[in-house]
Design a protein around this ligand. Structure first.
Ligand SMILES: Cc1cc2nc3c(=O)[nH]c(=O)nc-3n(C[C@H](O)[C@H](O)[C@H](O)COP(=O)(O)O)c2cc1C
Ligand SMILES: Nc1ncnc2c1ncn2[C@@H]1O[C@H](COP(=O)(O)OP(=O)(O)O)[C@@H](O)[C@H]1O
Length: 301
């Protein structure tokens, strides 16, 4: 898995979203590591254990592994371990997981959330982790993190994305929801409408926000631009597409960016996607969307 780096303080979990609750667990690990003069580390799993166990909705993540790694690094974590969650890992009993995974890594302390489960059928709990450590490492369990009386959870964030509640999403994540992808060819229609749109082929399966129009901030070649994004199947053109496409029109921008990677932060949901009876009506609406997005984005900054 990784080179031995001496005893470490490990935050362990799926951390899908790396939301405020996860940040609390990771923050505790960093603090304990600092106090003890040890390295801090994160152990997470790929693919998502719930996806492997047949819960299909978990195939799509809020933060695919690459994004998680970027966030962990920006938080200042020293090491990150991505444990492959395959059939053999799934069959390890809680005891075997502790002996064969945690002990082998050389952990001094493990920090986990109150709802962490591990081992065959998720039978291991924070309490059993304490017992199975046999005093070889300490276990710190972090209580549920609440904000405005509401428990911060990946499930709540997924629901908020489905409802277009971007303020809630941003609040619970502690940052705007973002997606990254490569710019690919589309139908070349955007430029004829006066609104060229970079079509993103997402890097990994993300939880898709509800179809509709969003005010966005996009990072291209290290520069940040404001813009609008349509997520949807473009009913006006009867494309017959079932999966939504992700199209961004950037303001004050006119470069060719096919093949480049763009990171888009979804700041505000403006409206659901609609079928228009004429191109003029669609273009008029996109103009209104762009004006509304500028206004919302100005208020944000
Ligand atoms: C801000 C914005 C809002 C849009 N809203 C809709 C919509 O409500 N309904 C729709 O069918 N298409 C909508 N579109 C998608 C356009 O139809 C699409 O950008 C156009 O067909 C260009 O596609 P292309 O990049 O594949 O050439 C929207 C696009 C933008 C940029
Ligand atoms: N302001 C802009 N926003 C987004 N893409 C732009 C912009 N200006 C130029 N482009 C370029 O134009 C392409 C989009 O044009 P469009 O006619 O919609 O073609 P396609 O159907 O291939 O997406 C983008 O992929 C990008 O390379």
């Amino acid at each position: 898995m990784a080179q031995i780096v001496g005893k470490q303080v490990v935050a362990i979990g799926d951390f899908d979203g790396v939301h405020l609750g996860h940040q609390e667990v990771i923050g505790r690990a960093m603090l304990t590591a600092k106090t003890l003069g040890l390295n801090s580390a994160i152990m997470t799993f790929y693919p998502h254990p719930r996806a492997v166990m047949g819960q299909d909705k978990y195939v799509e993540s809020l933060t695919p592994t690459k994004k998680k790694m970027e966030i962990f690094e920006s938080m200042g974590i020293n090491h990150a371990y991505i444990v492959t969650f395959d059939a053999s890992l799934m069959r390890l009993s809680p005891e075997q997981f502790v002996d064969q995974v945690l002990d082998r890594l050389g952990v001094d302390s493990v920090i986990c959330g109150f709802d962490f489960t591990f081992g065959f059928q998720g039978k291991g709990t924070p309490d059993s982790l304490c017992e199975l450590s046999h005093g070889k490492f300490s276990v710190e369990v972090v209580r549920p993190f609440h904000m405005n009386g509401e428990k911060v959870s990946s499930t709540r964030i997924r629901e908020a994305l489905q409802q277009g509640e971007m303020d809630t999403v941003t609040r619970l994540l502690g940052r705007p929801y973002s997606i990254s992808g490569k710019v690919v060819d589309g139908a070349k229609r955007g430029r004829t409408l006066g609104f060229p749109t970079a079509n993103l082929q997402l890097e990994e399966p993300y939880v898709s926000p509800t179809n509709g129009v969003y005010a966005i901030r996009a990072t291209v070649r290290g520069e940040v631009y404001q813009g609008v994004m349509n997520i949807g199947v473009k009913p006006t053109f009867e494309t017959g597409e079932l999966k939504p496409s992700f199209e961004a029109h950037l303001f004050e921008f006119s470069e060719q960016i096919y093949g480049e990677t763009v990171m888009v932060e979804l700041i505000a949901f403006l409206r659901p996607e609609r079928k228009f009876t004429s191109l003029e009506d669609l273009v008029a609406q996109i103009k209104l969307d762009a004006a509304e997005a500028r206004e919302k984005l100005t208020l944000e900054t």
